[in-house]
Write a protein that binds this ligand. Structure first.
Ligand code: PLP
Length: 482
């Protein structure tokens, strides 16, 4: 038999689940990262795959030997690099069910449940986030789960190309006049989407920041759009970011959308990290004006406890993505699709096939409830606020930007030049990360080196903040001149 039978699976899977539970229980006693020599994992594998079946129980021993020591432990409570990506145990329960069911939900008819659970949950979440009824399937728009915010940005660009060309783009491709508007803080996935869509480097326009901020200046945007339109260019899409990757900056969605609307440009809100915070009424102001946007994206796989990959994308017009992306060869024709009564999610994404990602989101929503999710988010914002307070009070550190939700950007103050501070910042980051107790990443602001601390793991608590603070302050140079 080419597969386990269900009874063999039951026995083995219990061992695998035990392995996962033990791994998570022991995570904190390990470093966040080990030193790994490039190629050292690959070198543990023979050149040829085994001819004979091997014992699946023994595979776990190999995982312990080869994989665990070379894994960067994203689920560790001391992981504060990039944006943490929660793979909560709650979401793994849904992941098991999704794998067990094993559907491929490209069409409604290839698994009505796979499609409709996703529709129902994205409608619930649109309401929870306060996006407005227009973004629900019931309200004429709808949500879809993409693999990543990068894919969400790409399909938004494609829908925008279709709309702004009056539908001609599908036949003719791009003309070279299309322009997409971002800021210097916008995630690189937008630039990649522009490249993949064939607009070339010239297709990307960088709007200046409003004075004294790192957020898009709506007046500069309006002027740029008008000047471009005057020159015969086609304002195609404007991306407003809620929570930039570098500093957590929040573009003014309402003003950006108003400027874009005057030129018919598509407004995409990239809230990949911060968007989920809108579940909390006190943070909803961050997405003020979202009802004017054409699409809104936030990653459940960053800060919403859902194992990678689960990027939530909503559009205000349910026809927009299928209009741009639908292609129906004979082998995909079916009566449910022809009836117009169903959503075929293959038309809302680039790949044809899709897995049952909604199942893990469902286990999170079911197991945590909106209140549980709000508590998860609020806990990290409190930790970030406390870290920011301590940084402000420390003579050898300073905030490099105002803290944003659970993200704190800091710099070293040596009392010397900016270059001295940057060098000390690099040394501090290396020293902190070398402890293995915590893992931080970095960025640049105006050419200056900045350490980023992003809280986000469900297991990170006050005690981990204390540990991080001790490590940071033990490693920071004492200011000499200031
Ligand atoms: N947009 C923002 C603001 C991000 O911070 C990120 C990743 O950190 C992305 C987009 C890309 O996310 P993904 O990995 O889901 O493509």
């Amino acid at each position: 038999m080419p597969d386990l039978d269900p009874e063999q699976f039951r026995l083995l899977a219990h061992r695998y689940v035990d392995w996962v539970a033990d791994h998570r229980a022991g995570l904190e006693s390990r470093p966040v990262r080990d030193d790994v020599v490039p190629g050292s994992v690959r070198d543990r594998f023979p050149a040829e795959a085994a001819e004979e079946p091997q014992d699946l129980g023994a595979l776990l021993d190999r995982v312990d030997e080869i994989v665990v020591p070379a894994d960067t432990r994203w689920q560790h409570p001391g992981f504060h690099a990039f944006f943490p990506a929660n793979a909560s145990l709650t979401s793994l329960l849904g992941e098991i069910v999704a794998g067990g069911l094993g559907p491929q939900g490209m069409l409604w008819s290839t698994s009505p449940a796979c499609t409709e659970v996703e529709q129902a949950l994205t409608d619930q979440l649109a309401r929870g986030l306060g996006l407005g009824e227009a973004f629900t399937h019931i309200g004429g728009g709808g949500g879809v789960i993409q693999d990543s915010a990068s894919s969400a940005a790409l399909v938004a660009v494609l829908a925008a190309l279709h709309r702004t060309s009056g539908g001609r783009w599908r036949e003719t491709g791009v003309t070279g006049a299309e322009r997409v508007y971002v800021t210097a803080e916008t995630h690189s996935s937008l630039a990649k989407a522009v490249r993949v869509a064939g607009l070339g480097e010239r297709g990307l326009r960088t709007v200046p920041f409003a004075p004294g901020t790192r957020t898009m200046d709506p007046l500069a945007l309006a002027a740029m759009l008008a000047a471009d339109a005057e020159r015969g260019l086609v304002p195609t899409l404007v991306c407003a970011t809620v929570g930039t990757t570098g500093t957590g900056a929040v573009d003014p969605v309402r003003a950006v959308a108003a400027a874009a609307a005057r030129h018919g440009a598509w407004v995409h809100v990239d809230a990949a990290w911060a968007g989920v915070a809108a579940l909390c009424p006190e943070f909803r102001h961050l997405v003020d004006g979202v009802e004017l946007a054409d699409s809104f994206c936030t990653d459940a796989h960053k800060w919403l406890l859902t194992a990678f990959d689960a990027s939530l994308l909503w559009v205000r017009d349910a026809a927009a993505l299928p209009a741009a992306l639908s292609l129906t060869p004979a082998y995909l024709r079916d009566s449910a699709s022809d009836s117009g009564a169903v959503v075929d999610y293959r038309d809302w994404q680039v790949p044809l096939g899709r897995r049952f990602r909604a199942m893990k989101l469902w286990s999170v929503l079911h197991g945590q409830g909106l209140e549980g999710l709000r508590a998860h988010l609020r806990g990290h914002v409190i930790l970030a606020g406390e870290l920011a307070r301590r940084v402000r009070d420390h003579p050898g550190l300073e905030l490099a930007a105002e803290p944003s939700l659970s993200l704190v950007c800091l710099r070293v103050r040596t009392g010397g030049t900016d270059a001295d501070d940057d060098a000390a910042g690099r040394a501090l980051l290396a020293a902190v990360n070398a402890t293995g107790r915590t893992f931080l990443s970095h960025t640049e602001i105006d050419g200056r080196f900045v350490i980023r601390v992003a809280f986000g793991s469900p297991t990170t608590s006050d005690q981990h903040l204390e540990e991080l603070w001790t490590i940071l302050t033990n490693s920071v140079p004492i200011p000499t001149l200031r």
